[in-house]
Design a protein around this ligand. Sequence first.
Ligand code: GTP
Ligand code: MG
Length: 380
Amino acid sequence: MGFFNRLFGRKKEEKIEEQKEKLEQELLNEELEQEVLTEEVEKNLQEEQKIEETIEPALEEINEEEIVYADKPKVEKRSFFTSLKEKLFKSREGLFGTLKNIFTGKSIVDGEMYEELEDTLVQSDIGIEMTLKIVKDLKAEVKARGVKNPEEVYPVLKDVLEGYLITENTNLDIQPGRMNVILIVGVNGVGKTTTIGKIASKLVKDGKKVVIGAADTFRAAAVEQLEEWAKRAGADLVKHPDGADPGAVVFDTLKAGEDKNADVVIIDTAGRLHNKNNLMKELEKINNIIKKKLGDQGYESILVLDGTTGQNGLTQARVFNEVTDLTGFIVTKLDGTAKGGILFSISEELKKPIKYIGVGEGIEDLREFNSKEYIQAIFD
Ligand SMILES: Nc1nc2c(ncn2[C@@H]2O[C@H](COP(=O)(O)OP(=O)(O)OP(=O)(O)O)[C@@H](O)[C@H]2O)c(=O)[nH]1
Ligand SMILES: [Mg+2]
């Protein structure tokens, strides 16, 4: 056999082998998906039975008109096989894609390289303060590790950034045998209501009884939107008419949660409150109602931030952290044009964990936050 024949012959065999492997992988994925779906159908049947059993006479005390009962949870095809990397496509292409170029094709680690890094970070949504901190910490780390080759600086930067992310309490604090409360706050349009739908769906699928309170009584269509999400998730909803006192909704939601033996109560709040004073007053009132009900038991108070807003997100985090005792963040819209830098600024400055990230508009598009996985998805 001639050289070319041997070369191309081997390529053909390799190609066939490759296609075979691809087909096998696809079949395996399909089987796995099928298993997941079967499991879900079984879970839903059990859930249906549980819902029937838990509608007890205790409920009668509550004003029935205010409660919207959940439909049976829908079986949705889960996007288990869509990797975080694909979902964060734009974040990877944007800031983090360009960062790598700074370190390639250079022969020495020098001031010019750091300046270029500074410029790139400032132009992104990382902000000046954070940029200076990153570059300072990177320089120190590069020196400590004795790194001389610019290409080796990139992995050091990765470690420095990862170091800012908080790794404790990244999961929601949900304990068995009690009514757990999650208060969701944030300015308008960041994705609070959508995120509540996604969280509720996860919890219901996990076998939890979830009651949602529509305490955003400020915007006309807010309650209907939340009602739709509650239905899709398989959670119950407590609502009052538009313009009602949000405190009263919170009070009734907690009461309904208690009466129905809910595992988790999630409260949606209004984003449009004109000024800090109003926001402070309203959140103070809501927090007092929750504290009165729960006594010493803690609860989650989560700020939702839109990942595409950049530095503005940090300002929001500062303001909300002043008016309410936040336990963590959820950063949404990281599937879009977000550069993903805000996660580092808020973690570093406020020292509170990111609990989830939103990577799409669908009910499944919420990922538990794992700093290692996130870093890997945006850097590699
Ligand atoms: N691409 C993308 N869109 C999202 C994500 N989360 C929410 N959205 C979209 O953002 C928009 C606003 O979401 P909402 O959930 O209504 O936001 P909100 O904070 O409740 O807004 P207000 O009730 O007005 O305060 C909607 O169009 C959502 O579909 C996400 O992770 N990715
Ligand atoms: Mg809303």
